[in-house]
Ligand binder design. Structure first.
Ligand code: SF4
Ligand code: SF4
Length: 66
């Protein structure tokens, strides 16, 4: 709600309708920032075996060519 300012959704001054505060998934609900509408399917995870603290440490552990 932006009374006294421009509307977040439409090209008009805010009339206090409250539409911008409604949940994107459930129009009966006021958004409580639960995060359920955020699409997290693009995230992936990776497993990190070790973090080297210095170049020297990395060089020491680096697999040697045979
Ligand atoms: S959607 Fe309604 S309450 Fe929200 S900024 Fe626009 S006019 Fe105001
Ligand atoms: S954060 Fe939650 S309540 Fe807000 S719009 Fe997204 S799903 Fe709805």
């Amino acid at each position: 709600m932006r009374i006294g300012e421009m509307c977040e959704l439409y090209d008009r001054p805010c009339i206090g309708c409250g539409e911008c505060e409604r949940c994107d998934l459930d129009p009966e609900k006021i958004c409580d920032n639960c995060g359920k509408c955020l699409d997290v399917k693009d995230f992936v995870s990776i497993k990190i075996d070790k973090i080297y603290a210095s170049d020297e440490e990395f060089e020491r552990d680096k697999p040697r060519k045979k």
